[in-house]
Design a protein around this ligand. Structure first.
Ligand SMILES: Cc1ncc(COP(=O)(O)O)c(C=O)c1O
Length: 488
């Protein structure tokens, strides 16, 4: 195969190869099921490095145009296989918790303890860690190669950067958000040290001690802690299978006039629930009616298996919503790169606060993320993660039906990495977690996601572990839960 290359052009060589082969496939000149030249042959013919061809083929794979067959090479997908495979029907979720609003009377900041325990769990050998807060690590070789390329920018690391973040990185993030349906310009993006920094800066900026703040119950415990630290008063509005209970939200907006609503519209942590367009629009209308700021924290959105509705912020005509995202769940949490999309109105004040915290996010981390995005590897990685996570979610769902007692219900998330188990009210949660840990199975205790001593017994399980671990871990957990059921 001959591929004309322009070695002076700005488009990287691997993208030129990908574009040319993509064009040949789309115009029918390369036929379905035909085999592409081997990596070595094409590298030799067009006089490039084998890695360059590998990258081009990987991006074509992420585009859905070709597939790799182990040991045999790359083959052209027929048109019908170029869209993602239709989902197998799954048993619908039976999750349906009682709808009780939570207003805690005292506050304990448990997050440092939970965080320390999660660090300890990484050092325990042979544990099955369903409590893991991220997808299991993968793609180390890719990372090393991409990081090496990113380090070519090292000379610029001698200078300090802009507190809002690298302009080119912000332009790439804006492109991702536009594809998600959120039209945002890079001027309104602030890159932060993980999305946790976005959340802390927002709380510090917007919430005064004593202010009422609405959260979903359950919710992300890091944010809960940040509110508790700030001395905010929390209103936990229960989750329904469709998202936050909007009737109760309306009621508490009217009675308590909160300053802020914190919500995860897509792949909510910990339940994995994604809300509909109608739910998003209704929530926004309520926030506007009561002039209440919304933080939309969609950390897991890129890991959705299906097309999701545009974020709440996409419908926001009154500068009511701040959107928060991160690369921790899709690349590596240790890079500490997140971002927030703010309105002009808040940008200056938040950027100044960011400057006072740490000047800006590490230039090396920003360069690595930028290289991922610019090279197309990010898209490729997301594609792989979605396919893998869907398979592993289904394995976990089968295991749950097989091993758990009937009184336990769970959510069926369309993406991300967690699902949420609701246990009967009389189950002893801490005994269950301890018994599991004694058999080297770590689970996310649901208590962490509610204000202290509130909520119902529940567990958050990471479904993205290797199949054999999930199977073994669920057998052990199932036996523990069955003995709890027998005690009742
Ligand atoms: C919903 C949600 N938001 C924010 C974060 C913070 O992530 P990071 O600071 O690593 O971006 C997490 C981490 O678990 C999360 O689950």
């Amino acid at each position: 195969m001959k591929i004309p290359l322009d070695r002076q052009a700005k488009t990287p060589i691997y993208l030129q190869i990908r574009n040319r082969i993509g064009h040949l496939i789309h115009t029918g000149r390369l036929l379905p099921h035909a085999q592409l030249p081997s990596i070595r042959t094409l590298a030799h013919t067009v006089q490039v490095n084998k890695l360059t061809v590998l990258e081009a083929y990987s991006v074509l794979e992420a585009d859905g145009l070709v597939r790799a067959k182990q040991g045999a090479g790359y083959f052209i997908n027929p048109p019908e296989a170029r869209v993602s495979a239709p989902q197998k029907p799954l048993l619908p979720s039976a999750f349906n918790p009682a709808q009780a609003v939570i207003i805690p009377t005292h506050s304990i900041n448990d997050f440092p303890k939970i965080y320390a325990a999660s660090l300890r769990s990484h050092t325990q050998p042979d544990c099955i860690d369903f409590g893991l807060g991220f997808p299991p690590p993968s793609g180390l070789e890719d990372l090393q190669r991409i990081a090496r390329r990113a380090m070519k920018e090292a000379p610029t690391f001698f200078d300090l950067g802009h507190p809002q973040g690298d302009l080119n990185l912000r332009q790439h993030i804006a492109q991702i958000l536009i594809q998600q349906g959120l039209e945002v310009s890079c001027e309104n993006l602030i890159v932060t040290s993980g999305s946790m920094q976005s959340l802390s800066l927002l709380v510090e900026y917007w919430v005064q001690p004593g202010d009422w703040v609405v959260v979903e119950a359950p919710t992300y415990h890091g944010f809960l802690s940040s509110l508790q630290q700030r001395g905010a008063q929390i209103i936990g509005i229960p989750m329904t299978p469709q998202g936050m209970n909007l009737d109760l939200l309306a009621q508490y907006l009217a009675s308590h006039r909160p300053k802020l609503i914190y919500t995860m519209s897509t792949l909510h942590n910990p339940t994995g629930i994604t809300t509909s367009v109608e739910h998003r629009q209704k929530l926004l209308a309520l926030a506007a009616q009561y002039d209440c700021l919304v933080i939309e924290d969609n950390a897991y959105e890129p890991l959705s298996f299906d097309v999701t509705p545009p974020p709440i912020k996409a419908f926001d005509s009154q500068a009511q919503v701040i959107y928060v995202g991160t690369f921790s769940k899709t690349l590596m949490p240790g890079l500490r790169v997140g971002y927030m999309a703010v309105t002009e109105h808040h940008r200056k004040a938040l950027t100044e606060r960011k400057l006072l915290h740490d000047f800006h996010v590490s230039a090396a981390s920003q360069a690595i993320v930028k290289e991922y995005l610019a090279s197309g590897h990010y898209r490729r990685r997301l594609n792989h993660m979605r396919i893998l996570h869907r398979e592993r979610r289904d394995i976990m769902l089968q295991g749950l039906s097989r091993y758990l007692p009937p009184a336990v219900t769970w959510t069926v998330p369309a993406g991300g990495t967690f699902l949420w188990l609701q246990l009967p009210d009389n189950f002893a949660l801490s005994d269950i977690c301890q018994a599991a840990a004694a058999q080297k199975v770590l689970v996310g205790s649901g208590a962490a996601f509610f204000p202290p001593q509130q909520g119902y017994p529940a567990l958050r399980l990471n479904f993205a572990l290797p199949a054999a671990e999930t199977e073994r871990g669920l057998q052990i957990l199932g036996n523990i839960l069955k003995s709890q059921a027998a005690l009742q």
